[in-house]
Design a protein around this ligand. Sequence first.
Ligand code: TRP
Length: 327
Amino acid sequence: MKRVFSGIKPTGDLHLGNYLGALKNWIPLQEEYECIYSIVDLHAMTMQYEPKELKENVFKIACNYLACGLNPDKSILMIQSQCPKHAELTWILNCLTPVSWLERVPTFKEKSLQMADNINMGLMDYPVLMTADIILYKAEFVPVGEDQLPHLELAREILRRFNARFGEVFPEIKDIIRKGSRVKGLDGSAKMGKSLDNCIYLHETPEEIWKKLSRAVTDPARIKRTDPGDPDKCNVYSFHQLFSDEQTQVEIADGCRSASIGCIDCKKILAKNMADELEPIRTKYNEFIQKPDFVYDVLTEGNKKANIIASNTMMEVYENIGINYRS
Ligand code: TRP
């Protein structure tokens, strides 16, 4: 079976952006592929963090993984740091990766501006570690949001370099991106994220969802209730496309263009559909939070399986790069 690898950084609570860009797309893949879904704590260390919080965040993400429907009987759920081969392979790949390739990665440039007082080596090395994550398991499919494409391009370059230099160990990476993989925040301008306070968290109640949606930016040209709107320019409508059925989408779009429905009513329908989809996830999340033993057992099992696959890949790597010594 072909392998899928993906991961989320444990830097805080999961929001709709994580759900739509990653988690939601991961679920159906479990039927067709051998999936490895990781909590990438080593990546989280590239930014300032508190050890206690990191640990809590890893646990919360694991609960969210399970709540959203990642199934430990089908997929491997693991913590990146608990398979040390990720870091080991990163070193080997580091020695093949020109610094100039990393300097021009868009996220590195952005982050260096945002955190000018902490441009650490890890930040620059982020895409190399991400490459190691994927190729350690010889994964060919990587479901990620659009913003990760430059990283995947780089991963391809790095693995080609390895294969050209040391022999064909790693398969090509094909990417998988799904509809709705990139969503804007409730401000309608920036990508949804924690830092901008423009997101809806997965753990929020229907009331909290409504409170946030009621203030969300719509078509900026629609000022009065009687102004006709353009659904294609409305960020709230883009959420309808992800949470409402086709029939509702058509009705909302027509109603917006003819001003027969106002933004508030449109948002109310969205809030209901969103809450309907998220409510079961929230309920299950709260259950898993109460069962840390179960959740950690799942992760321990996943870590074990991951380590076995990773060790096999690394044997090949050692052999090819010339560090296979007699034991
Ligand atoms: N960089 C990814 C993100 O921020 C997370 C990630 C780390 C990842 N390693 C990965 C995603 C490997 C896919 C495959 O979303």
